[in-house]
Design a protein around this ligand. Structure first.
Ligand code: ADP
Length: 243
């Protein structure tokens, strides 16, 4: 359902992604691992058209985005297909949890306010924040703020949710509650691509694990293949360092 073909991205003379090819099936959870600077975030941002690749093709569902030819309208269309959960939550500070979730539904999806409100309440309940609808971000813990971020992505009902190190800004004691919510929605069959350093989560929840280094996919496979039987030296070294 998602197919990245020959994705390349450079910033100036620095080529950050080199010929990336990746297929993600509907309902799959794909975890992307790799050292800092290997291009993981840039790849996610390309899928969401926050960065425009210099070359290649992105297919999501029945839509094909030709990176070289795409114009503004194509970028807008590609962006509608996915929703991003950011490391730093990126919530509007002057809006409540409910308003944060409603915003995209009203402004981007053009839903009537009442419908947007009902859908937003339902997703906030799903992430365990039914009691915090009127709280502002400053009144919420980091874990709760990130759960609002997840609710906001879920509410858009995108074809895929992209998680960019969703727990790396959190105090250790708050990581578990956010991973639990991601696990729960993964079980519901929502397609996800997750950049994370949480190896336990990757082992348990991923259907497919991708290891990137230096702007290329070095190795990919099931969690068992990648963690228990890595084939490439770079993968072995990386796993040794972090486990
Ligand atoms: P990762 O997520 O694996 O840590 P990133 O995708 O964030 O890697 O970054 C890959 C490389 O691209 C890094 O060398 C980073 O400095 C560079 N980079 C990322 N974004 C930009 C940008 N907007 N402008 C210039 N260089 C960038």
């Amino acid at each position: 359902m998602i197919k990245l073909a020959h994705i390349a991205k450079s910033f100036g003379r620095h080529q950050v992604l080199k010929d990336i090819n990746l297929t993600v099936q509907k309902g799959e959870v794909v975890v992307i691992l790799g050292p800092s600077g290997s291009g993981k975030t840039t790849l996610l941002r390309c899928v969401n058209a926050l960065e425009k690749p210099n070359d290649g093709e992105i297919k999501i569902g029945d839509y094909t985005f030709d990176c070289k030819r795409a114009g503004k309208k194509d970028v807008y269309r590609l962006r509608q297909k996915s929703a991003m959960v950011f490391q730093q939550y990126n919530l509007f500070k002057h809006k409540t949890a409910l308003e944060n979730v409603m915003e995209g539904l009203v402004i981007v999806k053009k839903l009537p306010k009442e419908e947007a409100k009902a859908r937003s309440i339902a997703v906030l309940e799903k992430v365990g924040l039914g009691g915090k609808l009127d709280a502002y971000p400053s009144q919420l813990s980091g874990g709760q703020q990130q759960r609002v971020g997840i609710a906001r992505a879920l509410a858009l009902e995108p074809e895929v949710i992209l998680f960019d190190e969703p727990t790396s800004a959190l105090d250790p004691e708050l990581v578990g509650e956010v991973l639990a919510v991601i696990r729960k929605i993964a079980k519901e069959g929502i397609t996800m691509i997750v950049v994370t350093h949480e190896m336990g989560f990757a082992r348990d929840v991923a259907n497919h694990v991708v290891f990137m280094d230096g702007g290329v996919i070095v190795e990919e496979g099931t969690p068992s293949e990648l963690f228990n039987h890595p084939q490439e030296e770079r993968t072995k070294q990386f796993l040794k360092r972090i486990t």
